[in-house]
Design a protein around this ligand. Structure first.
Ligand code: FAD
Length: 391
């Protein structure tokens, strides 16, 4: 007969939201089990650009309000965790850049005036020149203005690997998930035939939350997907660049992050407006051509003659939004023993965990006596997308 297990908190989905929450709960003495049906971090998290936003980008279109400033505190919280004196010990996680840059290639005074007038950015942005410019922009032909934002860029694969370490023996690779009802209540889940009972169940499965809710016979909270068509380019001539390049509109024209490939070269990962609606409508060849044209126009001195290119389609999974999007808070919904949510950004994983912990605190939930977990099949940690596509 399949074994039955019990834990305090059963977490479904091992992206940044589930892994961060899991580590925080364990640190507070809760028994946890995190279930992953593919690879840890393998959906949105390792496909993200790893920018720990402080909200500066949203000030460009005025969406950052005084009432929603959770994001403004994220760079500090992550920085402390990386230094080993924060809410989690993330020492060993690779910091790719201790700043993200805002790069205005032309004359965009209008846009930038309101940006710099915004309360959210005041005191947090400095113009940089000469040697202080990001290496990729240090060229005599470079024109434009560059501002340093107090935001970090992380190597997400090393972050996921560290959080998997902090999960100890509490990880379970599983495929089939069914509800386990007792006395008319959701008491746990039946996972590949094992009955797992828990005080609380948290769904943090990104785009997978929708199917999990269906399995549990629920239709709320509703989810939306935002498709993106990202571009990767690897070339010996590339130097690190972490920047939002501004265009005329409210969104960055292109957002560039740089990631070290196993062969020692840099991979530039291109998002921003390039990867949104029009980019999503392009096929792979058209999207690569559009990206190449952008880079040739913006950085004509960079030799792309031997570059390798690839594109990556991925959906952002978020709570369904009607009207104005509030990009700067995690989302959590509660239904009895079940909690469901989306961090909406990698940077907001700490805010997601805060919300779950606050709900537990309010309910007086305490760690209970659980027998130790047996040896369980462990899910793999995801490989970086650029190794799979350009390796
Ligand atoms: P995911 O990372 O998608 O993880 C969900 C996990 O659940 C997966 O491992 C999946 O396999 C698993 N799963 C699914 N179904 C089941 C099931 N039935 N049972 C068990 N497990 C299941 N945010 C930032 O802050 N900064 C950025 O620079 C940034 N850049 C981005 C760039 C791109 C291209 C994209 C797509 C997103 C970006 N984001 C960024 C947003 C960020 O990546 C996401 O908000 C965040 O990673 C979501 O984390 P998550 O844990 O909720 O979901």
């Amino acid at each position: 007969m399949a074994e039955s297990l019990s834990t305090d908190v059963l977490i479904l989905g091992g992206g940044i939201a589930g892994l961060w929450l899991n580590a925080r709960l364990r640190q507070q003495g809760f028994a946890t089990l995190l279930v992953e049906n593919a690879s840890l971090g393998g959906e949105q998290s390792v496909k993200s650009q790893g920018i720990i936003h402080g909200g500066a980008k949203y000030a460009l279109h005025g969406a950052l309000t005084g009432a929603s400033e959770a994001i403004a505190d994220m760079p500090r919280r992550w920085r402390e965790a990386l230094a080993g004196n924060g809410e989690l010990d993330l020492t060993g996680v690779r910091l790719l850049s201790d700043a993200h840059y805002l790069w205005s290639p032309g004359t965009l005074a209008g846009n930038l005036t309101s940006f710099f007038a915004s309360k959210a950015v005041r005191g947090r942005v400095d113009q940089v020149k000469g040697d202080a410019l990001p290496p990729a922009l240090q060229h005599p032909k470079f024109k434009g203005k560059v501002y340093r934002l107090a935001e970090l860029v992380l190597d997400v694969p090393s972050l996921i690997a560290r959080l998997a370490e902090l999960a100890g023996d509490g990880l379970l690779a599983a495929r089939e998930i069914e509800p386990l009802h007792e006395d008319g209540q959701l008491a746990g889940l039946r996972i590949d035939g094992r009955a797992v009972r828990a005080q609380r169940i948290v769904l943090s499965a990104g785009a997978g939350n929708q199917a999990l809710l269906q399995t549990l016979g629920l239709s709320q909270p509703a989810m939306q997907r935002r498709p993106l068509h990202m571009v990767m380019v690897k070339a010996p001539s590339l130097k690190p660049l972490y920047a939002h390049c501004l265009g005329g509109g409210p969104k960055p024209r292109v957002t560039v992050t740089s990631h070290p490939a196993a062969d020692g070269q840099w991979v530039w990962y291109l998002g921003g407006d390039l990867a949104e609606a029009e980019g999503v409508a392009r096929n792979e060849a058209e999207q690569i051509a559009a990206a190449e044209q952008e880079l040739r126009q913006l950085l004509p001195w960079i030799d792309l003659s031997t570059a390798q290119w690839a594109t990556l389609r991925v959906d952002r999974a978020e709570p369904a939004q009607s009207g104005l999007v509030r990009p700067d808070n995690a989302f959590l919904s509660e239904q009895g023993n079940l909690l469901v949510g989306w961090p909406t950004k990698l940077a907001l994983a700490p805010d997601f965990a805060d919300r779950v912990l606050a709900a537990f605190e309010r309910d007086g939930l305490r760690p209970s006596a659980n027998p130790p977990l047996p040896a369980l099949p462990r899910p793999p940690v995801a490989q970086p997308a650029w190794e799979e596509l350009l390796g």
